[in-house]
Design a protein. Structure first.
Length: 245
């Protein structure tokens, strides 16, 4: 009788080794979810805090302060800003500010038809970007901005969104906020801005390094007139009711 060789038996794998051998993808997914939850919680806390506290500084202001050796900014509360300033900025940047929930779908569709995104960004989106994120056109930043925008709209009032915007917007190189801008260009406080001065400030917002409110070009003068007319229109038709006192 011929003996056939026996196949070697496989060694039993201890239970701890089996646990360690679980699919890595599941563990990675778990940690990714935890990381995303942590980031969401971090931003959630900041949004709640900045609903009543002034944001101290943002990443762009930090970079400009480093580049220029300092910046000019001075936070003022809503009741220290001339009402016409708020209306001028809304007329210039986001005429339907009181009508949307953070995204102006009509403006987005119009921009898409024109093959770009110019004019599609609302004041709320700009606040979400400028307060919490960095500058640039990366898809990651846009995705985070899109997630933060409706949360800001939900937690903050329209008046608060506009108040923060006016205090962090750049009006000239190294000049941030309406109070610093009013002093820089006209030598007055934000509460004393005239309709013309407010419209001039709003006219420089898309290009604060290339436009001047105190030495306006013919384009800025024309834009100023349009903004003054727009500010009067949104006051008359009620589109400033969500923030006007």
């Amino acid at each position: 009788m011929v003996d056939t060789p026996k196949k070697p038996r496989k060694k039993a794998v201890p239970a701890p080794a089996l646990i360690a051998a679980l699919p890595k993808g599941r563990q990675i997914k778990r940690w990714l979810l935890r990381g995303l939850a942590g980031i969401a919680g971090f931003y959630g806390v900041l949004i709640l805090l900045f609903s009543f506290l002034p944001p101290p500084i943002n990443l762009y202001q930090l970079s400009e302060s480093w580049r220029l050796g300092g910046i000019s900014k001075d936070w003022v509360d809503w009741d220290e800003i001339a009402p016409v300033m708020g209306r001028s900025v809304v007329a210039a940047e986001d005429a339907n500010f009181c009508l949307h929930w953070g995204f102006d779908m009509a403006a987005i569709r119009a921009a898409a038809e024109q093959g770009g995104n110019r004019g599609a960004s609302t004041l709320t989106q700009q606040v979400a970007k400028n307060v919490f994120l960095w500058q640039g056109r990366s898809w990651l930043r846009k995705a985070i901005e899109a997630g933060l925008t409706p949360v800001v709209e939900l937690v903050w009032s329209k008046q608060r969104i506009l108040e923060v915007y006016l205090n962090i917007a750049e009006f000239d190189e190294g000049v941030f906020g309406v109070q610093a801008a009013a002093q820089h260009y006209f030598g007055v406080d934000a509460r004393d801005l005239s309709a013309l001065q407010a419209a001039r400030l709003a006219a420089v917002l898309p290009d604060p390094k290339g436009r001047s409110a105190s030495k306006p070009t013919s384009f800025v003068r024309k834009r100023t007139g349009a903004i003054m007319s727009g500010a009067e229109t949104i006051l008359a038709d009620g589109r400033s009711a969500c923030f006007d006192n």
